[in-house]
Design a protein. Structure first.
Length: 84
């Protein structure tokens, strides 16, 4: 977790390698939305975050859409990640 100049929690930055790996797995695995949501939940929980499974399924659909960049993925994951 990063902190801003005031010591407040700042936005989590997932590595480009992690995001690329997650995106490739989502795009190439043929998962349905339920399974893709579970994959995203596992990705976030493995990094110490909680996540709503329903929200993760919605994010999976947006991430799997054509043209979702790593920046797009970063933004979607930031919206989902709940600090535990």
């Amino acid at each position: 977790m990063e902190y801003d100049s005031n010591g407040n929690t700042a936005i989590e930055k997932f590595t480009a390698t992690d995001l690329t790996s997650l995106r490739e797995e989502l795009m190439q695995s043929g998962l349905d939305s339920w399974q893709a949501g579970e994959l995203i939940s596992a990705f976030l929980s493995g990094r110490g975050y909680g996540v709503s499974n329903h929200a993760a399924r919605g994010a999976a659909s947006r991430i799997e859409s054509v043209g979702c960049s790593l920046q797009c993925m970063q933004e979607e994951l930031e919206k989902l990640a709940l600090v535990m």
